[in-house]
Design a protein. Structure first.
Ligand SMILES: NC(=O)c1ccc[n+]([C@@H]2O[C@H](COP(=O)([O-])OP(=O)(O)OC[C@H]3O[C@@H](n4cnc5c(N)ncnc54)[C@H](OP(=O)(O)O)[C@@H]3O)[C@@H](O)[C@H]2O)c1
Length: 247
């Protein structure tokens, strides 16, 4: 039920962090994984090498309509339209409601929200034709609860949850499931600098019922489960993976 042989998976933002772990886990279960990052990089090449035969990469800034268009064209040309789409990449900046800049607001919404809609628009028709598919959004606990200076990022994640629910409803008759995972604090490059401050990290852990941060692998295992046949009757779900932080 967990074997993904013969499936093609695109994991956006998989040069590092949660996306990389997800790509490697899907590959270990037999999927042909397309790793993705903003630019070609050694990180992308090493992820492909670690995943083994069947893996490749494609690059492009999801905040740029041109680069996103070129990425989709590359997938079409390679005949590599995904059966499993993991919408993981995001940009996140801390900005107050009292002083955010419109350019940054738009960058977060373009990169995080619009690109996901474009990828769904372009990639769902092939899944519908095949009458099967898996879409997994990587949301955030910030999509359901407020955090200081993360209103714009949180709003983008909340918007994605509504989009995911709508896509789940509209595509269920085609055998396509659409689910969202909601990570809490997961140790990745994204928060490495801030978590280096031990007293801040301890204070944060104290707010999490499990008193620890999560790992990329824990997120990857949940993503791989949602991508598998075992999760065939789960759609429109929003699953916190946060050590109980949402409680
Ligand atoms: N880490 C956490 O605690 C946490 C908590 C809640 C939710 N999340 C969510 O989980 C997902 C992954 O987070 P992470 O911590 O693993 O992230 P990360 O370590 O910061 O990695 C980000 C990934 O996204 C790619 N990326 C960044 N900007 C991009 C752009 N403009 N266009 C295309 N790709 C871009 C990066 O590619 P390059 O390497 O080429 O830059 C990289 O592969 C995100 O959606 C994040 O919001 C994370």
């Amino acid at each position: 039920m967990n074997d993904l042989s013969g499936k093609t998976a695109l994991v956006t933002g998989s040069s590092r962090g949660i996306g990389r772990a997800a790509g490697l886990t899907l590959a270990a279960r037999g999927a042909n994984v397309i790793f993705h990052g903003v630019r070609e990089s050694d990180k992308l090449r090493s992820a492909v090498a670690e995943a083994g035969p069947g893996a490749c990469f494609a690059a492009g800034d999801l905040g740029s309509a041109e680069e996103l268009g070129a990425l989709i064209e590359t997938l079409r040309t390679r005949g590599a339209l995904p059966d499993i789409l993991v919408l993981n990449a995001s940009v996140q900046s801390y900005t107050g409601l009292e002083n955010f800049e419109s350019g940054e607001f738009l960058r977060m919404f373009r990169t995080n929200v619009e690109s996901s809609c474009i990828l769904l628009r372009e990639l769902l028709p092939e899944m519908r034709k095949k009458k099967s598919g898996r879409v997994i959004f990587v949301g955030s606990i910030n999509g359901i609860q407020p955090a200081s200076r993360l209103a714009v990022y949180g709003a983008a994640k909340a918007a994605l949850m509504n989009i995911a629910r709508t896509a789940a409803m509209e595509n269920a008759p085609f055998g396509i499931t659409v689910n969202t995972i909601l990570p809490g604090v997961i140790e990745t490059d994204r928060n490495a600098a801030v978590l280096k401050d031990e007293s801040f990290a301890e204070k944060l852990k104290a707010q999490i019922p499990m008193h620890r941060f999560g790992s990329s692998q824990e997120c990857a295992d949940l993503i791989a489960f949602l991508a598998s046949d075992s999760a065939g009757y789960i759609t429109g779900a929003e699953i916190p993976i946060a050590g109980g932080w949402q409680l």
